[in-house]
Design a binder for this molecule. Sequence first.
Ligand SMILES: [Zn+2]
Ligand SMILES: [Zn+2]
Length: 155
Amino acid sequence: MTQTLSRVDAALEQAAEHCNALGERFTPQRKQVLALLLEIGQPVTAYQLLEHLREQMPGAQPPTVYRALEFLQRVELVHRIDANNTWLPCALDCGEHEHGKPQLLVCADCGRARELPLPEELHRALAREAARAGFQLDDRPLALQGICEQCRGND
Ligand SMILES: [Zn+2]
Ligand SMILES: [Zn+2]
């Protein structure tokens, strides 16, 4: 537990510096939402997040969560997984997405996800092939779907 807390604290400290460097405000709400996501450590929906937040802040309203998530996504501290409409804290050090889209492995069975940074040349190859097809990639994560190790082990 102590280990978990220090991991979360370290990530929050880094997040605060990251926001500072971008000239953005790391408000108490933004920090609280990120702290919860880091503690949970798995993709959750905004609604699940709100339920957790209400344990600490009984009056918390959906816009608080949505606004914080939108901000955290914009500064790349969290990722939204469009496939199942969930949110996951970024597993990389702040600012490591400069060279491409975040890559996530998403389990179709249990919904767990983890970040899988791919080599830069792969990002470039993806962007190049997409551009050849007249398609411009945006910065949403690339979600690779499959079955995770735990779920495969349960067969
Ligand atoms: Zn990330
Ligand atoms: Zn799984």
